[in-house]
Write a protein that binds this ligand. Structure first.
Ligand code: KIV
Ligand code: ZN
Length: 555
């Protein structure tokens, strides 16, 4: 990189707009959405979609609720042309959906585009030509006047052929894009757009779409918003226009540019699912729609089956959705850090109680609303705290560790996860718990246990394997646990201890119910140690839990 980038790159000149209004506006309703997946998204694929993939995606876009869909560039290839014909001839376009086709301002291409649309119910013909100084100078070698003449001629060629569609009952809306708008002088963008309007003569009753593309994102989103407000304020007959935004993402702010563009007065948004498109992509339309949703506005698009949509997208485009893609990525409802996990757990419990406004920390929306599950919310890696460990054991297996035991087991699990150097599943955590507590059988292994009580005094008779040798032991106490503790200390040679906490729960598994008991003991040295045992018999589960604690304390 250059030490002094100013020798090669230049500042972007802001628009003069001293009384800009957009910073104090809010977005109060969803814009008109237009998906450009099948055109702008498709043209950026290493292997463009074939007709059946395009049909698959078209159906999915309709299902999401898109009412305007740019279906292609029919003059560009046979696939694109046949796709239009299939849609129209097989009656695949719902009555409330308008298909849009892109075309350059060239007669042969306009002719082919018109042919591809014959018989459709509602269409948008979208003409563009490029207007920025660099395009004028390097690509076309034309003056501003000559570039305007290209647009006017193209607009006229379309106008002259419209009757071929309208005579057959097709409703036609016209759209013009001064391509590379954001890199174009606003005054020139206004002049060329007004020249096209002069040909198409839109009215408030029959508007045209003026699409203002951020073809290459060259400025900060506030500057794009200024450009949009400047056009909305200065263009003639604003009320005869639907002002449309079409942002790309070269500086990583395509979403911000669109949102600020809406504040600045735009009515319509073009974009693609998950931001597929040239270079860094088009605007991710899912993001803008879900951003409205998380503020309580009906986006008029439905992403309830986000997983299904992702599968369709990956199947048809061959692209993948990155794990951290807002709203859609695999990891966006996952917390790795312990403090986040703890807060989410508490927030979810709180939300379950009041069930009104969603205010769960770290989760912008309820994952359920888009077909995701709470089970995905928490995973455990070496950064996770005891909260995450406890949450997974409870949510996946119903194991409700007592709070103090969580404090003991959390760091043990973390050390193991740390040494594995990767995220672990709930099943792996359960295995760790079993190994640490339930399967602790040395130095003492229980073979047989029996206890009887007479007048509140319990006597236990049991056999243990101690260091490989079987032995019978007996003891007495005011309950079976106390009698067993007495036998262990007095007869089996265990170090003295007292039982400080006892908890039990039932666990249901595929094969039936069993009990899980948790015991905390205190050694003579004052150390607190937990044990756990499981059995179909609750008394036996608690005896095993005592032995687990003693075995853990001994070693
Ligand atoms: O990015 C762009 O400018 C385009 C136009 C053709 C609208 O895709
Ligand atoms: Zn584009």
């Amino acid at each position: 990189m250059l030490k002094s980038p100013s020798s090669k790159y230049q500042r972007f000149d802001p628009v003069t707009l001293p009384n800009r209004r957009w910073p104090s506006q809010t977005i109060a309703k969803a814009p008109i959405w237009c998906s450009v997946d099948l055109r702008d998204g498709n043209q950026a694929l290493a292997v463009p979609m074939n007709v059946s993939q395009k049909l698959d995606m078209f159906d999915a876009l309709v299902k999401c609720g898109f009412k305007e869909i740019e279906v292609g560039f029919p003059s560009a290839s046979n696939t694109e042309f046949s796709f239009n014909r299939r849609l129209i001839e097989e009656n695949r376009i719902p009555d409330d959906v308008t298909i849009q086709c892109l075309v350059q301002a060239r007669e042969d291409l306009i002719e082919k585009t018109i042919q591809s649309l014959i018989g459709a119910k509602k269409v948008i013909i979208h003409m563009y030509n490029s207007t920025s100084p660099a395009q004028r100078k390097y690509v076309f070698g034309k003056s501003k006047e000559e570039i305007i003449a290209v647009a006017v001629k193209g607009a006229q060629m379309i106008q002259d052929r419209l009757h071929r569609l309208t005579e057959g009952g097709t409703q036609v809306m016209l759209q013009y894009s001064p391509e590379s708008f954001s890199a174009t002088e606003v005054e020139f963008a206004k002049d060329i757009s007004e020249a096209v309007m002069g040909v198409w003569k839109p009215t408030p009753q029959h508007k045209m779409i003026l699409n203002l593309p951020d073809t290459v994102e060259v400025c900060m989103p506030n500057v794009y918003a200024d450009q949009i407000e400047w056009i909305c304020t200065n263009i003639q007959n604003r009320d005869s226009l639907i002002v449309s935004l079409h942002t790309h993402n070269d500086r990583g702010t395509g979403t911000a540019a669109t949102e600020l563009g809406l504040l600045a007065g735009a009515d319509r948004v073009e974009g693609t699912l998950f931001g597929n498109g040239e270079r860094t992509g088009n605007l991710d339309i899912v993001q803008v729609a879900m951003n409205l949703y998380m503020h309580g506005l009906d986006p008029q698009l439905d992403f309830s089956d986000m997983n299904g949509l992702i599968q369709m997208y990956e199947r048809t485009t061959g692209m993948t959705v990155p794990p951290r893609q807002p709203y859609a990525g695999e990891l966006v409802f996952t917390a790795f850090s312990g403090s986040h996990q703890d807060a989410i757990k508490k927030g979810l419990a709180g939300y379950e109680q009041h069930k009104s406004v969603w205010d769960v920390p770290y989760l912008t929306i309820d994952p359920n609303d888009i077909g995701r599950e709470y089970r995905e919310v928490i995973r455990v890696n070496s950064q996770s705290g005891k909260g995450g460990v406890a949450y997974l054991l409870e949510s996946e297996f119903g194991i409700e560790l007592p709070k103090d035991m969580q404090r003991e087991f959390g760091p043990i699990a973390n050390d193991i996860v740390d040494s594995l150097g990767r995220e672990v599943s709930g099943a792996e955590l359960k295995q760790m718990f079993w190994k640490e507590y339930i399967e602790r059988e040395t130095p003492f292994t229980l073979h047989h246990f029996h206890a009887d009580g007479v007048d509140g005094v319990f006597t236990c008779r049991c056999s243990l394997v101690i260091n490989g040798k079987e032995r019978g032991i007996t003891g007495q106490g005011n309950g079976p646990i106390a009698a067993f503790a007495d036998a262990l200390v007095q007869d089996a040679g265990a170090a003295p201890f007292e039982v400080t906490t006892y908890r039990e729960q039932s666990l249901s598994s595929g094969t039936g119910a069993s009990a899980l008991a948790y015991i905390q003991i205190k050694t003579v040295a004052g150390k607190l140690v937990w044990g756990a045992g499981t059995d179909t018999n609750i008394e036996l589960a608690s005896i095993k839990a005592v032995l687990s604690a003693v075995n853990r304390a001994e070693f």
